[in-house]
Ligand binder design. Structure first.
Ligand code: FAD
Ligand code: SIN
Length: 546
């Protein structure tokens, strides 16, 4: 079965949906998404969207905070664009129907209430209580569903991008170079693989938290976009920079539940089990230090004490205010028997955000013609070695805007039509295996290896051990994949193995410690040799075994 449109969008988070709404002004848009339309990292965002909205703030300050967090690797041009476009994109979100929390000024007028998070020198986080992502997702989905030019296919898992490699007439490959024509996707309701073709394709598949055993990310975040783009030959970069959020709830029934950084912005402090407030010993900003610093400090304290968690203490703040500002966190903890206005919150770090990804230029273009990437899946240069809190929803909005502008021009001047000889999905010779236990086992094994050996603190010995083991598992998965009828679990497992291998390769390549990548064998930053991205390009692959 084939579907054709002008624009194909893979993913229904903030990047994909905001791209689709603008692309639909020019042509037909198809969105495919893995599960239910709202299921995305976007939907779980708590803190909010960073942007310069206050009188005491400035673009220069937001730019400076982003560059400091990025530890010398941010691309200044990307930072400038994101920060300066921010206010306009927030206004657009409001026009699409997003309702953000407001406060009343002394003169009786209302204005946006702005939160503060780690690494920010000003209050600049636009939010909807502690459910910002849910509100953004609601507004965007409603706008998308009422647009006549957009068609959404839920429960469709993209498997692989369609490029010249799939054409029957391979001679065309030489003439055209690498171009993307769409994607093969598994309809998980029917079990049939369908062909989605388009003149321009956007990968907006989000992050890869599920590569790790403990993560704040929902189950959809298996790094599919990075793996698909890598297999198609696109450049990827900086995958060693996996951000660990310092504070997820430590509770057997809610292990991955995030306790927003906004709670620390509101005044919460971090304590060890014996009550010591430890962050001032690590950074002048205390609990509001950049995330990499806080996560490493917690890791250190836990290793020193042997305790299972540290504690976030917000009990000194007025209880009514805490309940009003963080209704979701308050209720979720209360349901587990923890009243956060009276008791400390047990917390541990967990994998949260992929700073690297598919390399794009400032228009969201990848190294493959007709293929764009935006949001968490992309590496635009904004985050460098460490993302500043609440800059990612903003990045998704800003670069999807630039990508759609470029994409519209690309579709307008599209001279060659979609090749007629793109074959249907070929599953000849595959069979329905009964070895599904292997898939569940391999997934957990990779996640555990990544957590134990490629986590907050790394070493050469740990990375090499992880590399050897993940390589063997990845080869076995590839063999299994070639022989077996595709299922969503197998597609995800294959992608998790690919992304894990790429993270390890990037981590082994970078022989220094910087931002989110800390290797005890190279404990310092080396500006002479390593103030640059770790790019896995076509040339790099020729030289390496990945
Ligand atoms: P996502 O929102 O993750 O959307 C990806 C989409 O792609 C999903 O619809 C998914 O189903 C789909 N998809 C994936 N693979 C496939 C496939 N193979 N086929 C089809 N569809 C596929 N950032 C902030 O700026 N501020 C915050 O306050 C904040 N809080 C956060 C809290 C939590 C708990 C988490 C997990 C993240 C938070 N982040 C926050 C990060 C931010 O939410 C994400 O970086 C951002 O939402 C990513 O948006 P996206 O559109 O790129 O991807
Ligand atoms: C949070 O609310 O702590 C998450 C913010 C972010 O990841 O940007």
């Amino acid at each position: 079965m084939s579907h054709i449109s002008d624009f194909l969008v893979i993913g229904s988070g903030i990047a994909g949906l905001s791209f689709a709404l603008k692309a639909a002004q020019r042509g037909t848009v198809t969105i495919i998404t893995k599960k239910h339309d709202t299921e995305s990292n976007t939907n779980y965002a708590q803190g909010g969207i960073a942007s310069v909205m206050a009188a005491d703030d400035s673009f220069d300050l937001h730019i400076q905070d982003t560059l400091v967090a990025g530890a010398g690797l941010c691309h200044r041009d990307a930072v400038e664009i994101v920060v300066r476009d921010g206010p306009q994109r927030i206004q657009e979100l409001i026009a699409w129907g997003a309702r953000f929390t407001k406060k009343r000024r002394e003169d009786g007028m209302e204005e946006l209430s702005l939160g503060r998070e780690g690494g920010h020198s000003r209050h600049r986080i636009v939010h909807t209580a502690d459910l910002t992502g849910q509100e953004v997702e609601r507004a965007l989905i409603e706008a998308v569903k009422s647009h006549p030019n957009i068609r959404v296919y839920e429960h469709h898992v993209a498997i692989d991008l369609i490029t010249e490699h799939h054409l029957r007439d391979k001679a065309q490959m030489r003439e055209r170079g690498t171009t993307c024509w769409g994607v093969y996707a598994l309809n998980t309701t029917t079990g049939v693989v369908e062909k989605f073709l388009a003149k321009a394709t956007l990968l907006a598949t989000g992050g890869a938290g599920q590569v790790y055993l403990h993560t704040t990310n929902p189950s959809i975040a298996t790094g599919d976009g990075v793996a698909m783009a890598y297999r198609a030959g696109a450049d990827v970069a900086n995958l060693e920079f996996m951000q660990f959020h310092p504070t997820t709830l430590y509770h057997p029934q809610a292990r991955s539940f995030l306790i927003s950084e906004a709670v620390r912005g509101y005044g919460a402090v971090l304590r060890t089990q014996d009550g010591r407030e430890f962050m001032p010993e690590y950074h002048p900003l205390g609990a509001l230090a950049p995330r990499d610093v806080v996560a490493r400090a917690i890791d250190r304290e836990l290793k020193k004490s042997g305790d299972s968690c540290v504690y976030l203490d917000v009990t000194h703040k007025p209880a009514d205010e805490t309940r009003e500002r963080f209704p979701n966190i308050y209720q979720r903890c209360l349901a587990l028997g923890l009243d956060i206005t009276k008791a400390w919150i047990p917390v541990v770090p967990a994998a949260h955000y992929m700073c690297g990804g598919i390399v794009t230029d400032l228009n969201g273009c990848t190294s493959i013609r007709g293929l764009y990437a935006c949001g968490e899946v992309a590496c635009t240069g904004l985050h460098g070695a460490n993302r500043l809190a609440s800059n990612s929803l903003l990045e998704g909005l800003v670069f999807s805007h630039h990508a759609v502008m470029h994409g519209i021009a690309f579709v307008d001047r599209h001279t060659t039509s979609i090749p007629p000889d793109i074959p249907e999905w070929n599953d000849e010779g595959t069979f329905d295996s009964e070895e599904w236990v292997l898939i569940a086992h391999d997934r957990t094994e990779i996640q555990t290896l990544m957590w134990d050996y490629v986590g907050i603190v790394r070493s050469n010995a740990r990375l090499i051990r992880a590399q050897r083991r993940v390589r063997v598992i990845a080869e076995e998965i590839e063999e299994f994949y070639k022989k077996t009828v595709v299922t969503p679990e197998l597609i995800e497992l294959r992608n998790i193995a690919t992304v894990a291998s790429l993270i390890i390769e990037c981590a082994l390549t970078r022989k220094e410690s910087r931002g989110l990548h800390y290797n005890t064998d190279y404990p310092y930053a080396d500006d002479v040799h390593w103030k640059r991205d770790t790019t896995i390009s076509a040339e790099w692959r020729k030289r390496s075994s990945v």
